[in-house]
Every structure is written in structure tokens, then in C-alpha cells.
Design a protein around this ligand. Sequence first.
Ligand SMILES: Cc1cc2nc3c(=O)[nH]c(=O)nc-3n(C[C@H](O)[C@H](O)[C@H](O)COP(=O)(O)OP(=O)(O)OC[C@H]3O[C@@H](n4cnc5c(N)ncnc54)[C@H](O)[C@@H]3O)c2cc1C
Length: 430
Amino acid sequence: MKIKTDVVVVGSGAGGATVAKELSKKGRKVILLERGMPPKDLGSIRDAVLSHYDKCALRTSKEGTIVYRTLMVGGTTVVSCGNGVRTLEKVFRDKGIDLSREFESAEKDLNVQKLSNKLIGSGSRLIMDSSNKLGYEMGPMPKFINPDKCTSCGVCVLGCKTGAKWSSLFFVAEARKHGTRLITGANVKSVAIHKKKAVGVVAETTDGRLKIFADTVVLAAGGISSPVILQRSGIKNAGTHFFSDLFTVTYGIMKDENINLWKEPSMACLSTKFQQSDGFIMAPYIDVPLVARWVLSKRKQLKAFRYKDLLGIMVKIKDDETGVVNSNETFSKKPTARDNDKLHKGATVSREILLKAGVRDGDIIFTGTRSAHPGGTAAIGRVVDNNLETEIKNLYVCDASVLPESPGAPPIVTIVALAKRLAKSLEKTR
Ligand SMILES: Cc1cc2nc3c(=O)[nH]c(=O)nc-3n(C[C@H](O)[C@H](O)[C@H](O)COP(=O)(O)OP(=O)(O)OC[C@H]3O[C@@H](n4cnc5c(N)ncnc54)[C@H](O)[C@@H]3O)c2cc1C
């Protein structure tokens, strides 16, 4: 089948849904192609694992590092923890990209505000107070979570069933209201190019091959898939400099009836005390039960743990951009010695906080390294220019791939801001 439109956007996550919404509001004819399907039951572990997360949340690099992402309408924003922080602001400014207005606009759209006091539960509060006693400056996390709708179910990473948390699903709905045509189950394989200009994309669907012809092509398939499409379309330098914001969780067991970390919004508080000096941030965190049992079960000493006795702190680092995504969608990502130093320092500080909170030394364990923010694979200044355009005219990239370095912090607000900027510049050049 062949269809003609003004703009084709590939991927309906943070970058793609924003571009589609902004452009369709301006009257552009937009087709939004999404490889996944609309979400099934949000908040259910069964659907999250079987239908939403890529490879049942066990997608790893060749070296075994887990990288989480979801393939579905709304992209990975659907399973986010709702953290809404600005990242890389100075890095962009140094490149001549001023995102201040777009950040403001993104924060307004997503209604970012510090997590309401009433939602900071006993477990998060204990971690926050203990951090502060040690001088580690932990406070409420800026969130795109509506406090009036949040029920503290504790499973943000399975999708929000009450609609309290913003996700791209809201932007997709708005885009459709303004005329965007959403086509799901469309796995884009390559960009159609004529005389060095992008003229559309080619996708595979269950009904066969789909060709969309468009004046403008925006790839927003995420940090792993956009470079694959670029490589298949002849842009050979896409896929390198892959980062993923590696993280570990330090757990402590504390038998205290008042602790309820598992029934609190994920990552309710944030410490950026060590962000500049040591390249990591910290936040209270507990894996969903299935994952917690899986990551902890190897530890003999914790065989008898009860889920509700767990206190956990996530350490997320700004990792080195040394990974590579290949054209067959496999990738290589291994923590470097520097990454391991950062993770180790973060785990040491987390242990100190847990001890301060009252956990016994023998009841602390550290999980392995995982990650959840793939990007950098079509970075500004390397694969795209400051307007996010590639060497192929009319072909743009707008997702975590274009981030020039690892943010080491939640990137959604930054990606939404970049997408708003792209939509504005596409309007100007119309
Ligand atoms: C568990 C978890 C919690 C997180 N929490 C936070 C948080 O609290 N705050 C924050 O800022 N960030 C968070 N993140 C990270 C954040 O969700 C991602 O960094 C962000 O969504 C990336 O946006 P994107 O547009 O690059 O990709 P995505 O949002 O992943 O969107 C890419 C889209 O493209 C589609 N796609 C892929 N390939 C193709 C193809 N070939 N054809 C068509 N469509 C395709 C995908 O299905 C997907 O819909 C979290 C991530 C995870 C995994």
C-alpha cells in the first residue's frame, strides 16, 4: 500500500508523539507510524512483560547488560517513573541551542511539579531523612504525576492505570484529535531516498509492505531503533557512541512495620549532591516483586526476605558513550572502568545511607548493572546538525539518539523540549 502525506513521524514515544502533536496542531498532515500496539492492561505485570517491554524486559547487550525499553504506542514514556528534570541544558547552550523556552513549555504541558508531600511515604522519607543527616541533600523529585489521581500503587514502571502520570499517550491522543493518522504495527525498515532527499519511509506490517511518501521524515524510534533505520538508509556513522545511563540498586532489609517503600511512587526523592563531582544521582527505588526476586534470589543471605521489608536506593550514572548499535538491532554495551568506579562510589554512599536508616551491615546487598535510557547514537554534531537534520535532506531524527552525551538523569523533558524546537523550526521553513 502507498500513502502520501506532509510529514511522516516514526515512533510515538517522547520525541515522536511531541512532534506529531505540535505539527498537527499547526494544520500539517501527519502520519504517525508505530511498530507496537496500543497498551493492554496498564499496571499489570503480565501485560508489561509479555506485551510491552522489549524481549520481556530481558533485552541485553552482547555483553549481558540489560537495557529496558518498551515497544508500544506511547513508547517508553508509558513505563517511566514520572521523573521530570531538565538535563544537558548547558551542553546544548554551548552548542548554540537555547532550549529555555521549550523546557518551560514542556514542563507546562507535562505539569511538572515537585512530588507532593502527601505522596512521599515512610520508606522514601526514611531514606531522604537519613541522606540529609549525612549532608547528601535529598529532596522531593520533580514529577509529571498528578497528585490528586496518584494512588501510590508503587508500579509506575508497569504503566499508570489511573492516568495520574503523564505519558506520550496523552500527546498521541491530542495529535489524533488534530488529524494525525496513527498506524500501529508498522515496523519501519528504511527511509526512501531520491536524489539525496528523503521522500518517505518503507515499513513492514502484518498486511505486507507499506510505503509512506512525505515531504518531511522524522525518525523518533528511540536510541536503539533510529540508528538501525539510519544505517539501513545509508547513514553509516549512526549507531556509535551509545550510552544508556547505567544503574544499580542497593538494597537493605529492615524489619519495621512502618516501612512501605513498595507502595510509594517510584523514585519519590532525588539527590544530585554527587552529580557534578562524581557523575551519579540517587533516588529511593524498589524493583517490582518479580524482578526483585530475580535480582536478589542469588544472594543466599537474603533467601528469607519479605518484599515489604526492603529499602532500596538507585544509583544512576552518566556513563561513557562507548556502546555500538548494529544494523540488525543487536548492540554492544559494557560498563567501562570509569563507569564501574562511579557505580561503586554510588553504592558505597547508598550503603552509608541505609546504615544510617537503621539497616544492619549484613543485610545490605547490591544488584547487578542495568540501564533504561538508551541514546547518543545519532548525536547532534555527529549524525545530525543543530536542527536535527541528517546529511540526507528532509530527514530528521528526534529522540534520545540525538543527545550529544549521556544525561545521567531522566531525559523525557529534554526530549520533549527538543521535539518542540524541531516542530517550530519545521514550521518556519514551510
Ligand atoms: C522503566 C523505565 C523508567 C523510566 N523512567 C523515566 C522517568 O521517570 N523520567 C524520564 O525522563 N525518563 C524515564 N525513562 C526513560 C524514558 O522513558 C526514555 O528515555 C524516553 O522515553 C526515550 O524517548 P524516545 O522518544 O527516544 O523513545 P521511546 O519513548 O522509547 O519511543 C520510541 C518509539 O518508537 C517505536 N519504534 C521503535 N522502532 C520502530 C520502528 N522500526 N518503526 C516504528 N516504530 C518504532 C517504539 O515502539 C516506541 O514507541 C525510563 C525508562 C524506563 C525503561
